[in-house]
Design a protein around this ligand. Sequence first.
Ligand SMILES: [Zn+2]
Length: 230
Amino acid sequence: MLKVLDSAVPVACWSCSVAHNESILFCPHCSKIQPPPGGDYFSVFGLAPRLDLDLGMLEHEFHRLSRKLHPDRFARALPNEKDWSLADTALLNDAYRTLRDPIRRTGYLLKLQGAEMGEEHSGKDRKDPSRVPADLLEEVFELNMQLEEMRMARKMGQTDPDLQADLTAAKKKFDGLLDAVDQDLRGQWKVWDEGDEAARQSAQKTMVALLDRRRYLSNLVRDVTETLGA
Ligand SMILES: [Zn+2]
């Protein structure tokens, strides 16, 4: 077995011994399947890390590689090659799932760059005022009261059309705030993709904060949706 090397270190193909970039799934010289590469998800697709991706190209490449890795093609291959076709397929699927989703892609790239990411907020944390985005303190306080009231009413088998309307309006508002965060994120993608090192550092910081805010807002929207739909 070859040992997994750091990204960008050339490795020798196990079959033909010609050195190649270790992030690829197939040897460019003899076309033989290679063990799962140790690079990042972008390099699986032959890409440098970036945020604004051509999703059509990504999908096309995913299907092309999936077909090449299909276990049926390795029915008569060596046991190692059979194992790699499964392991490479799992890696390709993970890479595609992560990169095609704009939010997951952004979070993944930030982690790759060593950014400290916020933690998942539990329901309890959300009521901790220090976790609430400062500009939303009052609204979140109000919303939590309304959610509590709604749950109580439900428990008693009551309906409260006014409260229902308030919560529906609140959901719409927070949905709008989520859209605004996504717009801001896309703006930062451009800065990160095209900027110099200083611009990238600053974009990273902004994106970490935006993802944190996004997570908070998504949890709120989910809470309201659940309470309304209960
Ligand atoms: Zn080879």
